[in-house]
Design a protein around this ligand. Structure first.
Ligand SMILES: Nc1ncnc2c1ncn2[C@@H]1O[C@H](COP(=O)(O)OP(=O)(O)OP(=O)(O)O)[C@@H](O)[C@H]1O
Ligand SMILES: O=C(O)C1=C[C@@H](O)[C@@H](O)[C@H](O)C1
Ligand SMILES: [Mg+2]
Length: 193
């Protein structure tokens, strides 16, 4: 592979997607530190833009407006920003335009946490994830499974069950470094490394 191709692979953003609460924000911080790259959390950037928490955006402007802002923000980011680690909101990949721009400009890593492990974490999420409000555990499980189809659009998947955030970040960093150096295809499952 030419030096130019190496360079362009290193320019790409690394984007984390997956269901809410799987650890995109937490693990994204670690990856950015390890790679010495800027870290961008889409939810936090939208909160800064609108000067209110996501829960308040949902309650005052509604989910539809949040989704429009989320789409504009992520498309703008992918078109203007390079070399960053980006954690998306858990619902971002529901939008085709977001999936397309992420997959075509960046490395997309799907953080996969099994349902049984995820539900142990529900108590940490219930108060500040508006999508969960008023839903029974059964309804949340239906949502969890329904959402998996959109996360199937990715370059790599990492299975998080039993991993601490730092261990997950190490695995992802190892695979990213290999992709930077390799001339082979850039997709697969991180458990293969
Ligand atoms: N590997 C892990 N093991 C245990 N707890 C974790 C792990 N990763 C994250 N957590 C905890 O789970 C909660 C949700 O994590 P985080 O906010 O990073 O998820 P997220 O994927 O960014 O969610 P969202 O899609 O809503 O933005 C936090 O309380 C975090 O400390
Ligand atoms: O899964 C979702 O739909 C969401 C996840 C969060 O990251 C926030 O983007 C918001 O709470 C919506
Ligand atoms: Mg997050």
């Amino acid at each position: 592979m030419s030096t130019d191709q190496h360079r362009s692979r290193k320019e790409k953003n690394i984007i984390l997607t997956g269901f809410m609460g799987v650890g995109k924000t937490t693990i994204g911080h670690h990856i950015a530190q390890k790679l010495n790259r800027p870290f961008i959390d889409a939810d936090q950037e939208i909160e800064k833009l609108l000067k209110m928490p996501v829960t308040q955006i949902f309650s005052t402007l509604g989910e539809q407006k949040f989704r429009e802002i989320e789409k504009d923000f992520i498309i703008g980011l992918c078109k203007t920003t390079r070399r960053s680690v980006v954690s998306l909101g858990g619902g971002a990949f529901l939008q085709l335009a977001i999936r397309n721009v992420c997959l075509s400009t960046s490395y997309v890593v799907f953080l996969n946490l099994g349902w049984n492990a995820w539900k142990e974490r529900l108590h940490l999420l219930m108060d500040n994830r508006p999508i969960l409000q008023g839903k029974s555990l059964e309804e949340i499980e239906v949502l969890y499974h329904a959402r998996q189809a959109v996360y199937a659009c990715h370059h790599w998947r990492i299975d998080l069950d039993g991993l601490r955030p730092e261990e997950a970040a190490d695995k992802i960093v190892q695979t990213i470094r290999q992709a930077w150096e390799s001339s082979g295809p850039m997709d697969g499952t991180l458990t293969d490394v």
